[in-house]
Design a protein around this ligand. Structure first.
Ligand code: PMP
Ligand code: GLN
Length: 385
C-alpha cells in the first residue's frame, strides 16, 4: 500500500494502454509474426546511418534552435515547394518536432480550449481524441463507411457550428488506407474559407500512395493552407519510427501560437539527427521511390490474401491493409485479433478500437512494411484460416 492514497480525478478516465502496445506485447509473448503496430522490420539505408555517424562524431551536441536546425528547415521548405507548390518560409512557417505525435498534441494544445468542438473522422488514429479531451475540447465524430471510407462533405457541414474550432484530416488514412481526392480538399476549402476553423492535417504517409494517385496536401490549396497546420514524420518516410522526428508546416500566424506551446513542450529536438536528416533529405531520390517500394509489398500481400478467405479492398495509401474476416468467423474483431495471435501466431490490429462507439464490422488491420520473408510467413497463416 502506498503511504498516501491520492484521490485522483483522471483527466482521461476512459483511456487505457494503446492498442499498438497491447498487440505488440501480445505478439512478443506468443512469438507471433507482428503485423500489428506499424513499423518496418527491414534494415534502413546504410547511407543514412553513415550520415548520422558523421553528425554524431562532429556534433553539434548542444541544443538545436527551438524551431529546429536552420539547414533542415531549408531542405523541408525546398521539398514542400517542389512537391506542393507553396513556399513555407523556413524562419516562421516550419518547426521540427519530436515525431508527428508531439506535433499533433502541440497543435491541439495550442488551439483547443474548454468546450471547443473538433471534428474527427472515424475510424481515427488514436492520438487525436485524448489530446482534444485533455484540453477540455469535445470531439465530434463523423463516421466513414466501408469499403471506400469516403467523406460526404454535405453531411460534414451539418456538424459545424459556432463552437467548431478544428477539423482533423488524415490522408493517406490510418487505419483504412483510404485517401482524400482533389475534390475532397476543394470541398474542405469551401467549408473553412472565411471561418476561424483550423484544419489539422496529418500527412505522415504522404509518400506512401498507390495506383498512380497523387498525395493531396493542404499545402497545395492556397485558402486551405492559410488555415492549416500540416504534420509530417521522418519515421514513416525513412523507415525510422524509433527516431521520433517530424515537422509541422503552418502560416506564420498559426505557427506563432504553435511555437508558444512547442517551446515549453519539448523546447527543441535531437540536434545531430536533424542535421543528418537534412543531409539525407536534400537528395529527393531518398524519398520519391517510396511508393514503388511499398507497392511491391502491398501487391505481394494482396496476392496472398486473394488465395485466402479474407476479403480486401486494396489499400490506396499508408502501409496498412484492412482485411474482412466475416467468412471465417463471427467473433468480435478484438477477440479475433487475440485468437490470431494466440492460436495462429499472427498479430494484427482490430479496427473497432478506432471508433468512438467501437463499431465492429469484422475488419483487422495488417502492416505490410515487412521483409518479403515475413510477409510470406504471414500469408501462409492467412491462407490456412
Ligand atoms: N499519425 C498517424 C496517422 C500515424 O499513423 C502515426 C504513427 N504511425 C503518427 C501520426 C505518429 O507518428 P510519429 O511516430 O512520428 O509520432
Ligand atoms: N502509428 C503506428 C501505427 O499505426 C503506431 C504508433 C504507436 O505505437 N503509437 O500503427
Amino acid at each position: 500500500m502506498p503511504y498516501y492514497n491520492h484521490h485522483i480525478q483522471s483527466k482521461l478516465p476512459n483511456v487505457g494502454t494503446t492498442i499498438f502496445t497491447t498487440m505488440s506485447q501480445l505478439a512478443a509473448a506468443h512469438d507471433a509474426i507482428n503485423l500489428s503496430q506499424g513499423f518496418p522490420d527491414f534494415d534502413i539505408d546504410p547511407k543514412l546511418i553513415s550520415l548520422v555517424n558523421n553528425r554524431i562524431t562532429q556534433g553539434p551536441h548542444q541544443y538545436a534552435p527551438m524551431q529546429g536546425a536552420q539547414r533542415l528547415r531549408e531542405v523541408i521548405s525546398e521539398k514542400v515547394y517542389k512537391l506542393y507548390n507553396r513556399h513555407y518560409h523556413e524562419d516562421d512557417e516550419i518547426t521540427i518536432t519530436a515525431g508527428a505525435t508531439q506535433a499533433l498534441y502541440t497543435a491541439i494544445a495550442a488551439f483547443i480550449k474548454e468546450n471547443d468542438e473538433v471534428i474527427l473522422f472515424t475510424p481515427a488514429y488514436d492520438c487525436y481524441q485524448p489530446a482534444i479531451e485533455i484540453c477540455g475540447g469535445k470531439p465530434v465524430f463523423f463516421q466513414l463507411k466501408a469499403p471506400d471510407y469516403g467523406v460526404n462533405w454535405e453531411e460534414v457541414k451539418k456538424l459545424i457550428n459556432q463552437k467548431t474550432r478544428m477539423i482533423v484530416i488524415n490522408t493517406p488514412h490510418n487505419p483504412t488506407g483510404s485517401i482524400l481526392s482533389k475534390n475532397d480538399l476543394l470541398e474542405l476549402e469551401k467549408i473553412v474559407s472565411n471561418t476561424d476553423i483550423i484544419v489539422l492535417s496529418d500527412e505522415v504517409y504522404e509518400h506512401l500512395i498507390y495506383e498512380d494517385e497523387e498525395h493531396q496536401s493542404v499545402a497545395s490549396y492556397p485558402v486551405l493552407a492559410d488555415s492549416a497546420i500540416a504534420v509530417f514524420s521522418f519515421g514513416k518516410t525513412f523507415h525510422v519510427t524509433g527516431w521520433k522526428m517530424g515537422y509541422v508546416l503552418a502560416p506564420e500566424n498559426l505557427m506563432q501560437e504553435f511555437r508558444k506551446v512547442h517551446q515549453f513542450n519539448v523546447f527543441s529536438c535531437n540536434h545531430p539527427l536533424q542535421l543528418a536528416l537534412a543531409d539525407y533529405m536534400s537528395d529527393e531520390d531518398n524519398y520519391l521511390g517510396l511508393s514503388a517500394f511499398y507497392d511491391e509489398k502491398r501487391t505481394m500481400f494482396l496476392e496472398m490474401v486473394a488465395a485466402s478467405r479474407f476479403k480486401a479492398s486494396p489499400s490506396k495509401g499508408t502501409y496498412f491493409q484492412l482485411l474482412n474476416y466475416s467468412e471465417i468467423s463471427s467473433l468480435s474483431d478484438v477477440e479475433m485479433a487475440k485468437k490470431l495471435v494466440i492460436d495462429h501466431k499472427l498479430a494484427s490490429i482490430p479496427i473497432s478500437v478506432f471508433y468512438h462507439a467501437n463499431l465492429d464490422e469484422h475488419f483487422l488491420r495488417f502492416c505490410f512494411a515487412k521483409k518479403e520473408e515475413t510477409l510470406k510467413r504471414a500469408g501462409d497463416i492467412l491462407i490456412k484460416l
